[in-house]
Write a protein of this length. Structure first.
Length: 398
């Protein structure tokens, strides 16, 4: 009897773990679970009046449609019951955000989070077929906690991340117009995405795509004229640029320029220019995926003002690089250690229900999260720009 029990227990346990694994490798299950959690978090924050980022987006949009600038003297909005942080997004943002801003006050923020979560999910699971369903599920799971944190704050980082992924997928499928449209939307709202135009060098019909960028750019520049005279547009854009220029000096940010003891902040512009100069290597025939991952890390690590949740953009790019390298059989033990260290330190630790805040503050006080992310980015650069692993040279990226 005892022997029979001993023989069946291991099989039963294995069966349970297989079922759990199969459940989490099913995209439908992941979407339903994620959606339920996003809705629950959104409702919780809205009922407590904690959705301040959404309030910033909504109030700035209403100012725009009242023909008032949401920058400078008009911000924060007069008579608003709570103090709101800076509004820094471009005029196009206020045009596109209008459907959410004018929904009922309780519904708008929930709809915003559900919309962004759905598109984030779709961007991962419509990646080209070179990524397996299992890799897509694991990438979604790896980033989900930091995704939930950024959605808890109703931030725009989710949209920037999925526009990077959608644009990449569209370029891979030779849908240049739609890819460039997304890149330009991102660039005219939060600037990060505009750097993805460099990816056009890797794809056929380069000049056609550049033409799309020029035409779409002109249309977006003139878009605010839908609600104000053409003559006012230069001043309006000047106020936006002025707000962006002042913002980096308002606080300490989570990027490489604040890494101790390097003291890189006074040299920020020179470092950005130096990294940009490395783009000449992007003409080499190596993985476009690695280039995209490096770019998604660069725009966050070397931006003027990055916060913890912003790294969801870098991490989904890192996932693409990691699975591509693993498929090529060139992931080293150190890469695996870095993978799980990133998950624990960057993704799990900021969630206070999973990690005591004092533990997180200790690690982040030492800036281990930033050092780890910088190491990941440099490792990706090494595999792309310095020494491409031999198997990667033999694998077609398209």
């Amino acid at each position: 009897m005892e022997q029979g029990m001993l023989n069946t227990r291991p099989g039963t346990e294995n069966s349970v773990w297989r079922r759990i694994g199969a459940f989490f490798m099913n995209p439908r299950n992941l979407y339903i679970l994620g959606l339920l959690l996003v809705v629950a978090l959104s409702v919780s924050e809205v009922t407590r009046g904690k959705h301040k980022n959404f309030m910033i987006f909504a109030e700035s949009t209403k100012l725009f449609w009242q023909q008032l600038s949401p920058y400078g003297a008009n911000w924060p909005p007069a008579g608003f019951p709570i103090r709101l942080d800076y509004f820094l997004y471009g005029p196009l943002f206020n045009i596109l955000f209008a459907p959410f801003a004018y929904l009922p006050a309780w519904l708008g923020p929930i709809a915003w989070n559900v919309f962004n979560f759905t598109l984030w999910f779709a961007a991962i699971f419509t990646l080209p077929g070179k990524f397996t369903r299992e890799e897509k599920c694991k990438s979604f799971l790896f980033t989900f906690l930091i995704l939930a944190c950024t959605q808890l704050s109703f931030q725009y980082n989710v949209a920037v991340g999925y526009m990077f992924l959608f644009a990449y997928s569209l370029l891979e499928r030779d849908k240049g117009f739609w890819a460039v449209l997304l890149i330009m939307i991102s660039g005219f709202t939060k600037i990060y995405g505009i750097f993805q135009l460099a990816m056009l060098l890797f794809y056929p019909r380069f000049w056609r795509n550049i033409g799309y960028a020029a035409l779409i750019g002109i249309a977006f520049l003139l878009a605010p004229a839908i609600n104000r005279p053409f003559a006012e547009l230069p001043d309006y854009y000047g106020q936006w640029i002025g707000a962006l220029t002042e913002h980096p000096g308002t606080r300490t940010w989570m990027n490489v320029f604040y890494l101790r003891p390097l003291g890189l902040l006074p040299y920020r512009m020179y470092i950005q220019i130096g990294v940009l100069a490395n783009w000449r290597y992007w003409r080499l025939p190596f993985f476009r995926i690695a280039c995209l991952a490096i770019l998604m890390g660069y725009v966050i690590l070397f931006s003027n003002s990055s916060e913890g949740h912003t790294y969801v953009i870098m991490l989904i790019g890192y996932q693409m690089w990691y699975w591509t390298m693993r498929r090529g059989g060139v992931i080293r033990p150190a890469d695996r250690i870095a993978y799980w260290a990133t998950f624990v330190i960057v993704v799990v630790m900021p969630v206070d229900v999973l990690c005591p805040p004092k533990v997180m503050q200790l690690f982040y006080g030492w800036q281990l999260n930033l050092w780890l992310l910088l190491a990941l980015w440099l490792r990706m650069c090494w595999t792309a720009f310095i020494r491409i692993p031999e198997p990667m040279k033999r694998v077609e990226a398209a």
